[in-house]
Design a protein around this ligand. Structure first.
Ligand code: ZN
Ligand code: ZN
Length: 345
């Protein structure tokens, strides 16, 4: 079958590899229809391996059809259209027992540690799959995993009704976070970015206020929009070195700050202010399938989110020049979806 295999930095090959084989207990063999790309894929290709264990088939955001179901996969008969989550957890460790399956002691991610969905076929546990409802197209369904990641990040900051939420960085995962915050009832949602195009998308996704940080002081703008108190929740999704300090400064006394953007090196922040204003700072990783994936599917089926964030659809052969390179060079606009060919099996 055809697959995108990550071998080494700068070396992702579209090549023929052997099929995954028949599904074991609890597993589904999925014929992939569409896969979405994200910054993780391009970072692995550009300067990995970071988390990936090459050689591995990339792709952790995908949708397709069950073509074979192993034992103990009730609810997922052959022919079922599914989205898959990305993380596989053991179900028995301390973190799994507490429902924090994304922190599982033996967590593995499809497309990084195990062969993923940028291939014609992929094996995935039924426990991390959800059926695709009637009427939800493949392009939108392929965005369920990143939307689940966004919902998890927003929940980490206790985003909800009656609470304002500022999102720094409205491209990539940030666009999904704006939509997630709005869906969870935050009001107002304030999007901060340096690109007007991304801010327009954020407005379409539910941001009541957009702030271009190159033209306006974002901390002052957020304070002004929140009665000079700062936002209840600030979600830092840009990864820019100056943004953690700005995020803390934007947060209200007693507020929550979620660090989504990955900082490549330590940055200075004002911890005196964190202590004395009781600001809670949260990390966030991936998503919790049981809480986030089904809700993501429902949101995609009931809102125009997918159309608002879609950048374009490319073929598997265009993966590098049409997907990984523009993402690595930060030139991609919107979510890039890869169409996976259906071979004559
Ligand atoms: Zn991703
Ligand atoms: Zn576990």
């Amino acid at each position: 079958m055809k697959a995108a295999v990550f071998h080494a930095p700068g070396d992702v090959r579209i090549e023929q590899i052997s099929e995954p084989g028949q599904p074991g207990p609890g597993e589904l063999l999925i014929q992939v229809a569409k896969a979405a790309l994200c910054g993780t894929d391009s970072a692995e290709w550009d300067h990995g391996p970071l988390l990936a264990q090459p050689p591995v088939v990339l792709g952790h955001e995908f949708t397709g059809t069950v073509v074979a179901a192993g034992p103990e996969t009730a609810g997922f008969p052959t022919g079922t259209k599914v989205v898959s989550g990305a993380g596989i957890s053991c179900g028995t460790c301390e973190w799994c027992a507490a429902g924090r399956t994304n922190l599982c002691a033996s967590y593995q991610t499809l497309g990084l540690h195990r062969d993923g969905g940028l291939a014609e076929l992929v094996l995935s546990p039924a426990s991390i799959c959800r059926p695709v409802p009637e009427g939800l197209g493949d392009v939108a369904a392929a965005m369920a995993q990143p939307l689940a990641v966004a919902l998890h990040a927003a929940r980490r900051g206790r985003t909800g009704p009656g609470r304002s939420c500022a999102v720094i960085g409205a491209g990539g995962i940030g666009a999904f976070i704006v939509a997630a915050a709005a869906a969870l009832g935050a009001n107002p949602v304030i999007a901060v970015d340096i690109a007007d195009g991304r801010l327009e998308t954020a407005a379409a996704l539910g941001a009541a206020l957009t702030v271009n940080a190159e033209r306006q002081d974002p901390v002052a703008a957020v304070r002004e929009a929140t009665g000079q108190q700062g936002a209840h929740v600030v979600i830092e999704a840009s990864g820019a070195p100056a943004s953690p300090a700005a995020a803390l400064a934007m947060a209200r006394q007693g507020g929550d700050v979620v660090m989504v953007g990955l900082q490549p090196r330590p940055v200075a922040v004002d911890l005196f202010s964190v202590s004395t204003r009781e600001v809670d700072v949260h990390g966030t990783l991936a998503h919790v399938c049981g809480e986030d994936l089904g809700e993501a599917v429902t949101l995609l089926a009931t809102t125009p989110l997918a159309a608002a964030v879609l950048g374009g659809v490319i073929s598997l052969d265009e993966l590098i020049e049409g997907g990984l390179r523009p993402l690595a060079e930060r030139k991609a606009h919107g979510k890039i979806i890869v169409d996976i060919p259906v071979s004559a099996r």
